[in-house]
Design a protein around this ligand. Structure first.
Ligand code: GDP
Ligand code: IMO
Ligand code: MG
Length: 424
């Protein structure tokens, strides 16, 4: 059985909680794209875990966690995370990194920061070096995990090739003086190589074999579909493909039968960083949702921008992913609102209607949402585990979203704890 679970909005939909919820029925959980830009939070009892690289399913004892070739890996961050989890549970022999994954180097982070701070149209990245690392991958200048186990000379050559032009750029264009040397970076890599050697593997082979003997495999998406480099709100996107086909590319599993593609969808919308957000609430109501949803970035701590549910955007992303069913999260965050608005279409400046998510920034910035007003339920839904116990207006809200998305909402999350889930 293979499941792909991913976010249908701009990230932070509650993917990690859902992965943790599903993981008990799976043997492998796999990250296939992105890097330490992700911030995946899981609460188990009193304990809070925030994962950036390691698949959050690892908290389940029987699960092997795999970081695929599509991920860009910050090795120091990864090792910190292993240490963090090891304090709580035994993960030995359960975490694997693809030999083919690319390494995020110090110059990638420096470039990301420099670019973001010295431009008038910053993307609002997490400054984790993600864009520059993927750029090097495509430019064939990347350093891969397997390269760390060749020889110091070969590694130094690779670092030199990748760094020379960047050094010139960082010094002479961005005027950054404090730069690491090729020798220092090579030495550091040699030390890190020994630390991650036990985790490195041909993970595509592991997965293919696991699939062959009918093990259950769960793919954990990072970011969200509207941050996808092809289908998102370009250029205000991340630098990887975040949508479902990326699970195959970023893991090398082959062309398996995918039993399910589950779209994690927040009952409202949030976004961190810059870029268009048609249903954004820039008033006290947005502030109220931010507070009750605790909408602050798990990676950067930045306040998340909040707004109403956008059915046009989510229908678009559901179609691109081939989403079969929806896992709706954070319904409880809306408990206190008098009315809840849902965007059902857009209005262009000339008054014409649009019911498809537009491709260009000028269009996205021009459109105004057409809203349907749903009456609030003004009752606590936090922790409810049975659909029949939801207030009538909450049920109507869920059913209305289902109609707009043309997909079944099979699960509803009503709290941050593992057990706070309604299965329908
Ligand atoms: P991810 O990046 O998609 O994994 O999401 P994040 O971890 O960045 O942010 C989601 C936050 O919402 C986390 O703090 C979760 O614990 C929390 N959360 C997830 N589902 C629910 C829910 O149904 N209700 C509430 N109140 N919080 C939730
Ligand atoms: P999870 O997996 C929300 C956003 C950044 C920025 C843009 C590009 O926790 O949902 P990057 O550092 O990737 O080059 O930044 O993408 N972004 C996320 N927003 N959740 C995430 O991950 C994100 N990862 C990147 O805020 O707007
Ligand atoms: Mg997150």
């Amino acid at each position: 059985m293979i499941y792909i679970v991913l976010g249908t909005q701009w990230g932070d939909e509650g993917k990690a909680k859902v992965i943790d919820y599903f993981a008990k029925d799976f043997d492998f959980v796999v990250r296939f794209q992105g890097g330490a830009n992700a911030g995946h939070t899981v609460y188990v009892g009193e304990k809070k875990f925030v994962f950036h690289l390691i698949p959050s399913g690892v908290l389940n004892k029987g699960v092997s966690a795999l970081i695929g070739n599509g991920v860009v890996l910050d090795i120091e961050e990864f090792l910190k995370e292993v240490e963090m989890i090891s304090r709580a549970i035994d993960v030995s022999g359960r975490i694997w990194i693809s030999n083919r994954a690319h390494v995020v180097m110090p110059y990638h982070k420096l470039l990301d920061k420099a670019k973001e701070s010295q431009t008038t149209n910053a993307i609002g990245t997490t400054q984790r070096g993600i864009g520059p690392a993927y750029a090097d991958k495509v430019d064939r200048l990347g350093i891969r995990i397997a390269d760390l186990f060749t020889s110091k000379e070969k590694l130094r050559e690779k670092v030199k090739l990748a760094f020379e032009v960047k050094e010139f750029l960082l010094k002479n264009y961005y005027h950054i003086e404090a730069l690491p040397t090729i020798e220092e970076m090579t030495d550091t890599l040699m030390v890190l190589a020994e630390k991650i050697r036990p985790f490195a593997a041909d993970t595509e082979k592991l997965l293919q074999e696991a699939h062959h003997i009918r093990k259950n495999i769960l793919f954990e998406g990072a970011q969200g579909s509207l941050l996808d480099v092809d289908f998102g709100t370009y250029p205000y996107v991340t630098s990887s493909n975040t949508i479902s086909p990326a699970a195959l590319l970023g893991s090398g599993i082959g062309s398996p039968n995918i039993a399910n593609i589950v779209g994690i969808t927040k009952a409202y919308t949030t976004r961190v960083g810059e870029g268009p957000f048609p249903t954004e609430l820039k008033d006290e109501l947005g502030e109220k949702i931010r507070k009750s949803g605790n909408e602050f970035g798990s990676t950067t701590g930045r306040p998340r921008r909040c707004g109403w549910f956008d059915a046009v955007a989510t229908r678009y992303s559901s179609a691109i992913n081939g989403i079969k069913e929806i896992f709706l999260t954070k319904l409880d965050v809306l408990d206190e609102l008098d009315n809840i608005l849902v965007c059902t279409g857009y209005l262009r400046k000339d008054g014409s209607k649009l019911d498809y998510f537009p491709a260009t920034l000028p269009e996205l910035e021009e459109i105004k949402p057409i809203y349907h007003v749903c009456p609030g339920w003004k009752q606590k839904t936090f922790g409810i585990k049975d659909f029949s116990q939801l207030p009538a207006n909450a049920k109507k809200y869920v059913e209305f979203l289902e109609v707009l998305l043309g997909r079944k909402i099979s699960y509803i999350s009503t709290g941050f704890e593992r057990e706070d889930v309604i299965e329908r």
